[in-house]
Design a binder for this molecule. Structure first.
Ligand SMILES: [Zn+2]
Length: 379
């Protein structure tokens, strides 16, 4: 346990360094204990300075829902979590932090590996001390860049996004050797199925809601395919909209053709492949200004759903199977669709984007090569 805690503390310190873009070099894995302690002390100092700076800025801010307030709360929580790890008194709280750190590390593994490598190269030039540096490591694959271009074109308010939770699941960023599914923690009975070949942009969620419902620990992960305008509308409403609702813009939401009439429900799926069918995630044409190619774009909201608040059922769209095969290796077709009419039980924590090149072009770029060969599963 002692070894594990030491490792988790180091990993957490590295994650916070990255999250808050601290001007620090993360030591490589085989660095000595004293190097790590120096790194952790400096990391903690910089977090405190950041908090002090935010407090000064907040004196001018009256809106308690402003992004700065939310950032400040997040920073405070991270500082407190780190202190809990340092003190090691509250076993339950320590366990919860360990799970969070491990979960994040798992998603970041590829990212971390690359990071550690580049840092270890740098560290050979400055062996024994942790030297604050202005050099930051920004990693971005070409697929992520393309997807970002699409999102920029939507021109949504930047306050909606939590870019620290952006994750690319292209074959480069999330290779085939990584798991297709994982269990978030023992308290969560629903598996998380990786949206292979999708880029997920993190969305901000309400901290109070997250805390009182223990959303990160207990709520299921699901996907809801839709159109950009409908996605933005739901994100702005901060909840799902059901047929019959009068929306912020005054319009009434109607049941989309192809669905059972009079059924006022919201549909999701544990697998993005089902959620992204054309009926739900209507394909859009997107021409990139960067590479001048034409892509088919799809939008899927990543949701968190309260456990046991939805009905699990088979697919309801006829003729929607892909080549007669199951949608997913993990979730049987009879359980592929989740249905709910309870508004407060779904929140959106990510906007997933998928770009597929339009095939009648000659492609020479890496996007085509990396993303065209898809398996029938998990994407
Ligand atoms: Zn990528």
């Amino acid at each position: 346990m002692e070894n594990k805690l030491t490792k988790i503390r180091r990993t957490f310190a590295a994650q916070l360094t990255e999250k808050y873009k601290l001007k620090l070099i993360i030591p490589n894995n085989d660095a000595s204990d004293s190097i790590f302690e120096g790194f952790i002390n400096e990391m903690f100092n910089q977090l405190h300075k950041k908090r002090t700076k935010q407090d000064v800025e907040l004196l001018k801010e009256s809106n308690r829902n402003s992004p700065l307030f939310i950032q400040r709360k997040q920073l405070q929580k991270d500082i407190e979590d780190f202190q809990i790890l340092n003190k090691r008194q509250d076993a339950h709280a320590v366990q919860q932090i360990i799970e969070r750190v491990e979960r994040r590390a798992m998603l970041n593994r590829k990212y971390d590996n690359r990071e550690v490598k580049s840092i270890s190269q740098l560290n050979t030039q400055c062996q024994s001390t942790i030297i604050p540096t202005v050099k930051m490591f920004t990693l971005s694959c070409s697929y992520r860049t393309l997807c970002s271009e699409l999102i920029e074109r939507f021109d949504w308010p930047s306050e909606l996004f939590a870019s620290e939770y952006d994750r690319c699941f292209c074959k480069t960023c999330y290779p085939l050797t990584m798991p297709n599914v994982y269990q978030s923690n023992i308290e969560n009975k629903y598996p998380i199925i990786i949206p292979r070949n999708w880029m997920k942009f993190g969305l901000k969620i309400d901290e109070v809601q997250a805390k009182i419902h223990q959303i990160w620990d207990k709520w299921a992960t699901s996907y809801h395919g839709t159109l950009p305008n409908a996605a933005l509308s739901m994100i702005k409403h901060r909840q799902i909209c059901l047929p019959g609702d009068k929306l912020l813009d005054g319009t009434h939401l109607t049941i989309r053709p192809g669905h059972i009439q009079d059924q006022k429900a919201f549909f999701t799926s544990p697998t993005v492949r089902y959620a992204a069918q054309n009926h739900y995630a209507t394909p859009l044409e997107f021409t990139s200004q960067r590479d001048k190619y034409v892509y088919t774009a799809k939008i899927v909201l990543r949701c968190r759903q309260m456990p046991d608040s939805f009905t699990i059922q088979g697919e309801t769209l006829n003729n929607s199977r892909i080549n007669g095969a199951d949608f997913c290796d993990i979730i049987p077709d009879e359980q592929i669709e989740w249905k709910t009419d309870k508004r407060g039980t779904v929140i959106f924590d990510g906007l997933c984007v998928r770009l597929t090149p339009v095939y009648n072009q000659t492609f020479h770029n890496t996007i085509y090569q990396s993303h065209a060969n898809q398996t029938n599963v998990h994407n």
